[in-house]
Design a protein around this ligand. Structure first.
Ligand SMILES: CC(C)(COP(=O)(O)OP(=O)(O)OC[C@H]1O[C@@H](n2cnc3c(N)ncnc32)[C@H](O)[C@@H]1OP(=O)(O)O)[C@@H](O)C(=O)NCCC(=O)NCCS
Length: 193
């Protein structure tokens, strides 16, 4: 399922329908459009301006440069040059489960409902566990984000309600502050070889 090529800073993961690849400057307008879509950003504090998207893309690219892995740009082979991002990344905030590596995903609406997030996430998990030797990968979201939670559960991740946490970047009382945490260890993942 996974084909990683070249130096680790040039990782490309290939699945039957997708390519997870480094970012290109041409991705920016589509990334900004995705982040300006209220349906995509429903469970985030607000939609992003194009300047904010530009800064976020730069931070993502910098993470990949530094760690070898990150939120890769997702291409749907033969269908879309840029559908969003999926990958593994180190959160920059502190919480009871950090430091850690999280898995995350954000796709443009027109690419929901095809199984792309789950397919891409399996490749990213495989890369994290096998290539980078990670001992655990976590995921988190707000309890209302059922689409994202379904992806976590399809991946075999498990939640312990005792580990629910308040996102430190949001002020007390903010409706998106309470988060739930899912974890996955490589042994649980060994079925997908
Ligand atoms: C979260 C998000 C990535 C999920 O996308 P998604 O398309 O629902 O997830 P998947 O790729 O796993 O697709 C699964 C859906 O595709 C359907 N599907 C259709 N064809 C399929 C196929 N060939 N293979 C697998 N699933 C398929 C499944 O039935 C499933 O639908 P269901 O959940 O309604 O049963 C997407 O909603 C998103 O980008 N949201 C906005 C950003 C966000 O909130 N990110 C997470 C922050 S924590």
């Amino acid at each position: 399922m996974t084909a990683a090529t070249g130096h680790h800073r040039q990782i490309i993961l290939t699945t039957p329908r997708l390519r997870l690849r480094p970012w290109r400057p041409e991705d920016l307008p589509q990334f900004a459009a995705m982040n300006a879509d209220p349906r995509v950003m429903e469970y985030f504090p607000r939609v992003l301006t194009s300047e904010e998207s530009e800064r976020q893309a730069a931070a993502i690219a910098e993470h990949v440069e530094k760690h070898g892995f990150g939120f890769w740009a997702v291409e749907v082979i033969g269908v879309a040059d840029f559908a969003g991002f999926v990958g593994i990344s180190t959160p920059t905030f502190e919480a009871h489960f950090t430091p850690c590596v999280e898995i995350g995903w954000r796709l443009a609406c027109e690419h929901w409902g095809h199984g792309y997030a789950t397919e891409a996430a399996r490749a990213a998990l495989d890369c994290g566990f096998r290539r980078f030797g990670l001992e655990e990968i976590v995921a988190f979201t707000v309890p209302a984000n059922t689409r994202s939670i379904r992806v976590m559960e399809r991946l075999g991740m498990t939640r312990s309600p005792a580990e629910d946490f308040d996102h430190p970047r949001l002020p007390a009382g903010h409706p998106l502050r309470p988060h739930i945490l899912y974890r996955l260890k490589p042994v649980q993942h060994s079925g997908h070889s």
